[in-house]
Design a protein around this ligand. Structure first.
Ligand SMILES: [Zn+2]
Length: 125
């Protein structure tokens, strides 16, 4: 079974090698979906759950949102395209969240990147 939680953050970036307006510094209201999958816990505080939504929120907040929200992404991720930001997030979250299955990062209301477990780009370099 898969569970999914949505997050938002605001950040600035520029893409210097982009031939268009994205080369200029500008901001986005990013939306992030984090999906994890597994079997239901049979006992303990997360009984009947894949994972406690509150625990998932705390982890994503600590590992990703606190680092990126209201910041200039170029200071954190080289060439911060939505794809590169999603990969950076994956590398932060996956070691602490082995059940991570999918990240969806919306840069605008109509443009997103989807990164799934098993994608070759998630393999460590
Ligand atoms: Zn942009």
């Amino acid at each position: 079974m898969q569970i999914r939680k949505h997050f938002r953050f605001e950040a600035a970036h520029s893409l210097p090698s982009h031939p268009g307006k994205c080369a200029r510094m500008h901001g986005h209201s990013y939306r992030l979906e984090v999906a994890i999958s597994g079997t239901l816990h049979r006992d303990g505080p997360a009984r009947g759950m894949v994972e406690d939504f509150d625990a998932l929120e705390a982890l994503v907040t600590a590992e990703v949102l606190d680092a990126l929200d209201h910041r200039t992404l170029n200071d954190i991720v080289e060439n911060p395209t939505a794809e590169e930001i999603a990969l950076w997030m994956w590398r932060r979250l996956q070691p602490k969240l082995s059940s991570l299955e999918e990240l969806v990062l919306w840069e605008t209301p109509s443009a997103c990147v989807v990164l799934k477990r098993g994608d070759p780009s998630t393999a460590s370099e």
